[in-house]
Design a protein around this ligand. Structure first.
Ligand code: FE2
Length: 164
């Protein structure tokens, strides 16, 4: 049995995952509009992953006899100054989500809801991956901005000359 306050918090997280999905879908559209075809695919995939995050919460609430509540989802921003801004925005967004998950996990321990704590562990690892992905893209962008000849591409080319 999940306590009422925890159900409310899990529902909030569910709706936040929906917002994340919409945010990345909007970013996918921005990429397409700016002729970034791989970025368009990448963010569409991110958007689908967020739907999966939402569905996990939806199923957990359903399966534990609680009613998932879909609320009004805020409109995501649609204007971004640059691709780097999109990645930076995504990175900050994921850090905020990680904080929410950590708070939920902490709360689960506090109220001795070990089942929900166990359920949330998957999200803790997933957030580590999400943050890592966006940070790695930011690092690549920074490398390209600091080396006129594109240090990133030089670094990538090393894999072709590595001895097997
Ligand atoms: Fe998520």
């Amino acid at each position: 049995m999940i306590q009422k306050e925890m159900v409310v918090n899990l529902n909030k997280q569910l709706n936040l995952e929906l917002f994340s999905s919409n945010l990345y879908l909007q970013m996918s559209a921005w990429c397409n509009d700016n002729k970034l075809s791989e970025g368009c695919k990448f963010f569409k995939q991110q958007s689908n992953e967020e739907i999966n995050h939402m569905h996990r919460l939806f199923d957990y609430l359903n399966d534990s006899g609680n009613l998932p509540r879909i609320g009004a989802i805020d409109k995501p921003p649609k204007h971004f100054p640059s691709f780097k801004d999109i990645i930076q925005f995504s990175y900050e967004h994921e850090k905020m989500i990680s904080e929410k998950i950590n708070k939920l996990s902490h709360y689960a321990i506090e109220i001795k809801d070990y089942l929900t704590f166990h359920f949330l562990e998957w999200y803790v690892s997933e957030q580590y991956e999400e943050e890592k992905i966006f940070k790695s893209i930011l690092d690549r962008i920074d490398l390209m901005r600091t080396e006129t000849n594109g240090l990133y591409f030089i670094d990538q080319s090393l894999k072709n000359i590595r001895k097997i």
